[in-house]
Design a protein around this ligand. Structure first.
Ligand SMILES: [Zn+2]
Length: 471
C-alpha cells in the first residue's frame, strides 16, 4: 500500500463482520445487518428487465464476450503510471484472480525491462491468456514470439492523419506488412490480432479491404480502435455491424473515453457483433483512458447477471482497483461504478423506505454480489421515518411508529440547521426511548432539549456500550 491510501475519502471499517466502506457517521449499513430486507430481490434473481434475453438480434454478443484487460499495456500509458516488475506481477495475478480472459502487456520491443517483464509474466502460469501489443513490424514480431506469450496484438495506423503525418505508408504497404507479420506469428503457433488505429477517421473502403485481406490469411481477430475517442454509439454500431458482414474472425474493440462514451461504445460494439472488449482498471490509459474494468462489468451485469456472475470473480474487483489506484497514486473516484464512495448509498426518505422493503426498487446492481454493502443515509432533512425506524431496531430500542415519527421530526428540525451524525441520530432515539419509559412528554421542546442535553453530558458512555451490544 502506498501512502495515497490515506488520502482516500473512504476509510475502511468492519461492519457486521464484513469489510465495508465507512461513509461517515450518519449512514446505516443495511443488507446483512439487523434490518436485512426480507423480500427477495426478484427483479435481479432471474430474467433481467432490460437483459440480454430481450435482444432478438442474432449478432449480439452481450451474453458472450471476452475481456482483454490492458492495464499493463494501455494503463502503462497513463500519465502517472510506472509499474516495476513486482507491481506488474501483482496486477497480473489480481486480474487473473478476477477472471479476465486475456491480459495485454506492453510491447517487449519497447525496452529491455519491458521484454524481461513480459517473459516473467508469461512464466507465472496464469489461467488468463497473456498477449502483447506490438507495432505491425517484423522486428517487433520477432522479439514478441520469443517471450512465451499466447498471443500478439499488432496495430497499424490507417487514418489519413497517421498516413500523412506519422508513418507515411500507403494502404498497399500496410496490407503487405500486416500479412507478413500475421503469417510469421501464426507459423510460431501463436494467436494474432490485427488492428487499425484511429479506425473511425479512416476511409471505410480502406478499412474493410485490409480487414478482409487479413481475415483471408487466417488472423484470429481484427481490431477496431477509437484511438482518439471520437466515436459515438451509433457510429460504432454501424461500423462493427458492417465489419461483421465482411470478416469471419473475431472482432475486438478499443475505445477511448475523451467524450465519456467508452463504456457505451463497448456495449454497442458487442450488440453489433464484436467479441472482445479492451478495458483497464479504473480506465487508466493514454489521456483519460478507456472503459474501466469495473464500469464495463457493471454495464454487462445489468444486461446479463448470470453470465457475468458465473464468469468473473466480482468480489475481487475492489481489491484489484485498490491495487492499481495505489500503484498509480490516484483515488477511487467518488462516482465510480460499484466501488465509488456512494455507489450504494440511499439518501432520500422515499428511496430509503423502498430500499428497506426491497432493494430492487432503486438498485440495478446488488452490492452483495460485489462484496459491497448498501447504506441508508438518515441524519439529514430529507430523511424518512422508515429509515429512522430501521436504526432504532439496530439499537434494539423498542419504539412505536408514532414515537419514531415524532423522533424523525426532531431529527429533521435539527438537520435543518446542520447535517446530523449517526451519534446525533442515536441520541434522539435514546432520549425518546428513555423519556417514554419514564413517562416524560418529549413532545414539549423544553423537555426534549433538557433530556438531550442530559444525554449528551452523561449518557454517551452507556449508550456506546449498548450500541456495541446491539450491532
Ligand atoms: Zn488506446
Amino acid at each position: 500500500m502506498c501512502d495515497c491510501g490515506d488520502q482516500r475519502p473512504t476509510k475502511m471499517q468492519r461492519v457486521n463482520g464484513e469489510e465495508t466502506q465507512d461513509l461517515g457517521e450518519s449512514h446505516v449499513a443495511v443488507g446483512s445487518a439487523v434490518t436485512a430486507p426480507k423480500t427477495e430481490n426478484t427483479a435481479l434473481a432471474g430474467a433481467q428487465p432490460f437483459g440480454a434475453s430481450h435482444y432478438s438480434d442474432f449478432l449480439s454478443n452481450v451474453s458472450n464476450f471476452k475481456i482483454i484487460e490492458s492495464t499493463l499495456r494501455e494503463g502503462e500509458q497513463f500519465a502517472n503510471a510506472f509499474f516495476d516488475t513486482d507491481t506488474k506481477v501483482r496486477i497480473a495475478k489480481a486480474l487473473d484472480e478476477f477472471g479476465v480472459d486475456c491480459i495485454e502487456l506492453t510491447s517487449p520491443a519497447a525496452s529491455e525491462q519491458s521484454r524481461k517483464d513480459c517473459e516473467t509474466i508469461c512464466k507465472l502460469g496464469l489461467k488468463t491468456k497473456v498477449i502483447t501489443h506490438i507495432r505491425c513490424h517484423m522486428d517487433d514480431a520477432r522479439i514478441a514470439v520469443e517471450t512465451g506469450v499466447d498471443g500478439v496484438d499488432v496495430v497499424m495506423g490507417t487514418s489519413k492523419f497517421l498516413r500523412e503525418y506519422s508513418h507515411g505508408k500507403d494502404m498497399m504497404y500496410i496490407t503487405k506488412s500486416a500479412i507478413e507479420v500475421i503469417e510469421f506469428v501464426k507459423s510460431k503457433g501463436i494467436e494474432i490480432r490485427f488492428s487499425t488505429e484511429d479506425s473511425f477517421r479512416s476511409d471505410l473502403v480502406d478499412l474493410l479491404s485490409i480487414y478482409q485481406a487479413v481475415d483471408k490469411v487466417g488472423v484470429n481477430r481484427v481490431g477496431i480502435a477509437d484511438t482518439v475517442g471520437v466515436a459515438n454509439p451509433r457510429q460504432v454500431y454501424d461500423l462493427v455491424r458492417t465489419l461483421r458482414g465482411v470478416v469471419g474472425c473475431d472482432i475486438e474493440c478499443h475505445f477511448h473515453n475523451d467524450t465519456g462514451c467508452a463504456i457505451a461504445n463497448a456495449y454497442t460494439a458487442l450488440e453489433a457483433g464484436a467479441t472482445h472488449v479492451d478495458t483497464s482498471v479504473l480506465g487508466i490509459g493514454e489521456r483519460n483512458g478507456i472503459p474501466s474494468l469495473g464500469g464495463f462489468i457493471a454495464r454487462m451485469y445489468a444486461a446479463d447477471r448470470d453470465y457475468v456472475m458465473n464468469k468473473y470473480n466480482l468480489k475481487a474487483l475492489r481489491s484489484v482497483e485498490n491495487l492499481v489506484a495505489d500503484a498509480v497514486q490516484v483515488q477511487i473516484p467518488f462516482n465510480n461504478p460499484v466501488t465509488g464512495y456512494c455507489a450504494f448509498t440511499h439518501k432520500a426518505g422515499i428511496h430509503a423506505k423502498a430500499i428497506l422493503a426491497n432493494p430492487s426498487t432503486y438498485e440495478i446492481l446488488k452490492p452483495e454480489d460485489f462484496g459491497m454493502s448498501r447504506y441508508v443515509s438518515i441524519g439529514h432533512r430529507l430523511t424518512g421515518w422508515n429509515a429512522v425506524k430501521s436504526r432504532a431496531q439496530q439499537l434494539s430500542l423498542d419504539l412505536t411508529d408514532e414515537h419514531i415519527k415524532a423522533a424523525t421530526n426532531r431529527i429533521k428540525v435539527m438537520a435543518d440547521i446542520k447535517d446530523q451524525t449517526m451519534e446525533d441520530v442515536d441520541a434522539v432515539l435514546h432520549v425518546f426511548h428513555r423519556a417514554i419509559a419514564n413517562g416524560q412528554d418529549v413532545s414539549h421542546d423544553k423537555v426534549f432539549d433538557r433530556l438531550l442535553e442530559q444525554h449528551n453530558q452523561s449518557g454517551a458512555v452507556e449508550d456506546e456500550t449498548s450500541e456495541t451490544q446491539a450491532s
